[in-house]
Design a protein around this ligand. Structure first.
Ligand code: MN
Length: 436
């Protein structure tokens, strides 16, 4: 994905809140969501974020703002899910981005017409941006895999396949929810190490997993692999992803087939999908550490080595009920970067399809917990608290080994580097409710 005039850092918008470097959504970002005005029965439709506003794509298409080669993608972006837009592939999407960039630019002749199509984000509610047919979760942080492995298998933390094969499992899409939704603490079978029999009870070890979610764009036919050179043209864009996990249900159930009910009760995504084109300025070189096996040929390409990683800063914050009552700011519990991942997004797509498995527009791939190399970059409580043994201390004197009822977790992500416009992902927010 090449840089073009839509990435030009000096571009400003007539939507003033998009300018000045503070907003996650300057004119260089232009992410997609599905929204409506909160508290109404309006139809869900696609929107594009600009500053603190949303371009209502249904209204903009109706107002005749798009013509020529930008029109097909604009019409797809106005639908109640973005699956059709995702399935069109990168070229129509890029044409729509170019048209939106021109229309939102300071001095645009379309300002008056487009201004009537804006909805303030403060008045919006969001839906899942796509019908997510399938959800696959990977395990692409070698630091996370090693930290977890130490707790489950102290003598053998990193299994020998890890450095050869991008590990993943098939998750469940029906319980993926949009940011802002609360969910009930799961119940399940838990077996204490010294007990003879398991008990069914509310999970006492509720955890987060700070991940990125990758929305698949155009799919592939069953039986056809996607070569790594083409893998990124099958990716629509990225969201923040909290893959909530129960660490007391997991160890009892996960052998031999992997996680099941410890993972599929809820996963939360942020509403705004940042496109691969918007992320183009933030590419980073990829490579395995010296001495590690080099990726097999189907997982390797010159482009993937030169720029397969993404420089995205990520943080997780917690807001306890006491903090909320005191109107205290949420406390950061982790700060990391997606570029620490051991496998890239392109490698995930190439590996997922090497056997002919068909991906479909709107499928979601989780990166796995994106822990970095040091403890303050760990992205799950099981790592941050050493399996609950060392609770984290919060600024108001509270501590947490695991999440308690009423706790809210907020994920944020952003990209910044000199000579480019800073872009962000907004927030991914979820709250744990008491079990039934
Ligand atoms: Mn996960």
């Amino acid at each position: 994905m090449q840089l073009n005039e839509t990435h030009e850092p000096t571009l400003t918008s007539w939507v003033e809140s998009a300018n000045g470097g503070q907003s996650d959504f300057p004119i260089q970002n232009l992410p997609f969501a599905v929204f409506r005005r909160r508290g109404t029965q309006e139809p869900w439709r696609g929107g594009v974020a600009i500053g603190d506003q949303i371009v209502d794509m249904a209204a903009a298409v109706k107002a005749g703002l798009f013509a020529g080669d930008a029109l097909p993608a604009a019409q797809a972006a106005a639908e109640s899910t973005l699956n059709h837009l995702m399935g069109m592939g990168p070229l129509p999407l890029s044409r729509l981005r170019a048209a939106l960039s021109k229309a939102l630019r300071a001095g645009s002749a379309q300002e008056a017409t487009l201004k009537a199509c804006l909805v303030p984000q403060s008045q919006a509610e969001y839906a899942l941006p796509a019908r997510i047919g399938d959800y696959t979760d990977f395990y692409t942080s070698v630091h996370h895999a090693t930290n977890i492995g130490k707790q489950f298998r102290p003598d053998n933390p990193l299994l020998p396949n890890y450095k050869w094969v991008p590990i993943g499992y098939h998750g469940r899409s029906s319980s993926i929810v949009i940011s802002g939704q609360a969910f009930k603490r799961p119940k399940g079978q838990v077996k204490a190490p010294d007990a003879d029999t398991p008990q069914v009870k509310p999970s006492a070890r509720m955890d987060i997993e700070l991940e990125m979610g990758i929305f698949v764009g155009q799919g592939n036919d069953l039986g056809d692999a996607i070569p790594i050179e083409q893998a990124e043209s099958h990716i629509f864009g990225l969201v923040l992803f909290n893959d909530w996990s129960s660490r007391d249900i997991q160890p009892w159930e996960y052998q031999p087939l992997g996680p099941f009910l410890s993972k599929n009760f809820a996963s939360t995504i942020s509403p705004w999908i940042v496109t691969m084109e918007a992320l183009a300025p933030f590419r980073a070189a990829f490579g395995h550490p010296e001495g590690d096996p080099q990726p097999l040929p189907y997982l390797s390409s010159p482009e993937n080595s030169a720029a397969g990683s993404l420089d995205i800063q990520l943080e997780a914050l917690i807001e306890t009920p006491r903090m909320r009552e005191a109107k205290a700011e949420a406390a950061r519990i982790s700060l990391t970067n997606y570029r620490h991942a051991y496998w890239t997004a392109a490698q995930m797509v190439a590996h997922h399809t090497v056997n002919g498995c068909n991906l479909q527009p709107g499928d979601l791939l989780g990166t796995g917990t994106l822990s970095g190399p040091t403890l303050d970059q760990a992205c799950a409580l099981i790592e941050l608290t050493s399996g609950g043994k060392n609770p984290i201390q919060l600024p108001n004197g509270e501590s947490r080994a695991w999440l308690e009822d009423g706790d809210t977790v907020i994920l944020r992500g952003w990209c910044e580097k000199p000579g480019t416009a800073r872009i962000g992902f907004g927030e991914c927010v979820g709250t744990v409710l008491p079990a039934n």
